[in-house]
Write a protein that binds this ligand. Structure first.
Ligand SMILES: Nc1ncnc2c1ncn2[C@@H]1O[C@H](COP(=O)(O)OP(=O)(O)O)[C@@H](O)[C@H]1O
Ligand SMILES: O=c1ccn([C@@H]2O[C@H](COP(=O)(O)OP(=O)(O)O)[C@@H](O)[C@H]2O)c(=O)[nH]1
Length: 215
């Protein structure tokens, strides 16, 4: 069977026709929740790297299923070739099927949630797909994130919404994701939002920042 990966190479769409916003933050910081709200406001396509990986993991015949499952359970990062290819394919598909609906400036609007989580991903995506216009980073205290994830775990069915996986995800966040945030901060693209606050307050701060990017 053909692989979904045929090397990271130029995507099939024109990078000048898309606006990409990265949405980062620890597990349970509220990335998915806030993306849902921003989709309503601005007509973004919301691409969660974690959701794309879970879908690929469960796809019948996927040769990456076991590898993805192990990484997710252990809170480690899936090799970039897999994640970037999945993102690129999802972006191409959206650009074909939506053809501008809800994108008032004619550019494809993408919220990329939970990515990049490692420096190699940040650099490769920038080189082969495009650079982000803005980066939203939701920051919550560890005890707040633990409480939210354990609550979510009661119904999410996710193999990593438990305290053992969570501790490993926090470790990965410190070691790998924080350097990516520093790198993006040096480019002046990062807005940090305190997500111990209410969903409403986080949304207000996030949507103000997006307004400035999309004008
Ligand atoms: N600001 C907030 N205040 C209280 N609960 C929140 C807040 N943001 C998200 N939640 C809840 O916390 C859980 C994790 O949020 P989610 O958006 O899935 O986080 P992430 O995508 O960052 O892992 C969800 O059950 C969500 O309803
Ligand atoms: O670019 C990515 C994004 C996610 N993941 C994996 O998917 C898991 C779940 O990520 P998601 O963003 O869905 O969940 P969160 O930890 O933010 O709740 C992570 O812990 C990683 O194992 C990954 O390998 N690369």
């Amino acid at each position: 069977m053909a692989s979904i990966i045929d090397g990271v190479k130029k995507p099939t769409f024109d990078a000048s026709k898309v606006t990409v916003i990265y949405v980062l933050g620890g597990p349970g910081a509220g990335k998915g929740t806030q993306c849902g709200r921003l989709v309503e406001d601005f007509g973004f396509s919301h691409l969660s790297a974690g959701d794309l990986l879970r879908a690929e993991q469960n796809r019948e015949g996927s040769q990456y299923g076991n590898q993805i499952r192990t990484c997710i359970r252990e809170g480690t990062i899936v090799p970039q070739e897999i994640t970037i290819k999945l993102l690129e394919m999802a972006m191409s598909a959206e650009l074909k099927t939506r053809s501008g609906r809800g994108w008032t400036d004619g550019k494809g609007r993408f919220l990329i949630d939970g990515f990049p989580r490692k420096m190699d991903q940040a650099l490769t995506f920038e080189e082969t797909v495009c650079a982000p216009s803005q980066v939203l980073v939701f920051e919550a205290d560890e005890e707040v994130m633990i409480r939210r994830i354990l609550e979510r775990g009661k119904t999410s069915g996710r193999e990593d919404d438990n305290i053992e996986s969570l501790k490993k995800r926090f470790q990965t966040d410190k070691e790998l994701v924080q350097p990516v945030i520093k790198y993006l901060e040096n480019k002046g693209k990062v807005l940090k939002i305190n997500s111990n606050q209410s969903i409403e307050q986080c949304h207000k701060e996030a949507s103000e920042a997006i307004h400035k990017v999309l004008v």
